[in-house]
Ligand binder design. Sequence first.
Ligand code: NAD
Length: 499
Amino acid sequence: MAPTDVPTRELYIGGKWVAPQSNKRLPVICPFTEEQIGTIPAGGAPEVKAAVSAATKAFYNGSWSKLTGAERASYLRKIAEKVKEKKDLLARLETLDNGKPISEAAWDIDDVAGCFEYYADLAEKQDKQLETPVELPMAEFTSVIRHEPLGPVALISSFNYPMLIATWKIAPALAAGCTVVSKPSEMTSLTCLEMAAIMEEVGLPPGVFNLVTGTGPDAGAPLVSSSGLAKISFTGSTTTGRRIMAEAAKQGIPTCMELGGKSCLIVFDDANVDDAVEWAMFGCFWTNGQICSATSRLLVQERIAEKFYARLKQRAESIKIGDPLDEECRLGPVVAESQHSKITAFIKEAKSEGATLLTGGGRPKHLPKGYFVEPTVFINVKPEMRLWREEVFGPVLASATFSTEEEAVTIANSSEFGLAGAVITEDATRCQRVAEALECGIVWKNCSQPCFCNVPWGGKKASGFGRELGTYGLSSYQNIKQITTYVSKDRWDWYPSKL
Ligand code: NAD
């Protein structure tokens, strides 16, 4: 794709394309060529104010919040259709912007369409369950539970699945009847700008969806300190998440926090080594290693460790690395130079701390340009090493061995994070036992990473709280209201009326 094919767009506020008052734009750098391929508008406090005000006005005028679920669903289905129509363009923009292999980007875009359809179905179902009766212990009263939209919400997302993670928030929020201000990562905003174009094309009422691009300090910070928001949903690093929680606490509004992780894959010695190696690689190298739920800590049972590592080295070295627009590519560059430097610093430190480099650790020789990091595996990694404790967010796998199930579970749970975990064994009883023992929000049995919009997503401990996706994703954008009615013909008479 030639650079000129990257659309130049403005901010989308109140149903209009608006240039930032500062007239500033941020460069879009392709992580493969390291060249500028476009620009995005650098929104700031005035645009955030206008976007929050547009979302607030649209929420209270009822143009969206008062529609039936079925009416909202028809818009969500139109959005899904447009996403499908534009799949090739969206996938290419995602790859050019983020560096993920085109086959993975295409998968993301399918999931974007699928997520809008899923929440369209749920929005329709809600019409039938708008008021759910609840049985009470007193015949004088009846009660119903009503699901109402929360209000205008701020949705801030990360760079690793730019359009998909934004959708995980936007689709349920719109399905619930909320109005939205979306703030994607400044590193990868191209597909979210196209999302705004789609909202315009399907004729979403003005102000229902607003998009402000810009940096965290200039656009994100004023957004999270805005008054009038009903909720902030955030996906990003634990450090930024904690800052946002503090701001939300000042406003007294709820947050959903999807933060970092350092998840563990446990491989028992009865596992098929080839299958387990495949999941170990997919668990850490997919999306160029930039996955919050990456099983970036690998525990291998001692008896098979030698065979396992030999096979892992061989297969990791055969991964096709290169131009992410090549359909066969399985590992592209990481998103930006800053991330590349962060990852290489981790690798350097792991070496100096005494971890054994099994494979990788540098730049692929055939790729002198681009933010590439070879698929890297360290073994003999000790629990006190930074590589074992901290999120690298790159294709770097840290491994250690274990002898007993109890030891494996203890090591897996000895982390400040609690997003995901995975276990591979032929023993179904053990598999279930370990799944229950892992302290996290997502567990994969005999695999790692598959993700479906039908099931809840989220973590515990420093990985955050709240859940996205599934029915939980929808209810997290709803005010759950009880309406209780006094139905008795008799007077209540707590204070006797006949004096
Ligand atoms: P980040 O925290 O740097 O940025 C995330 C978003 O927050 C961006 O849009 C950024 O502009 C914005 N932001 C930055 N400072 C802000 C501020 N002060 N106020 C408001 N907004 C601000 O994270 P990132 O580097 O984009 O993403 C990587 C991180 O995201 C990793 O830690 C990863 O694990 C995590 N992540 C978590 C999940 C999950 O589901 N738990 C999913 C994907 C990514």
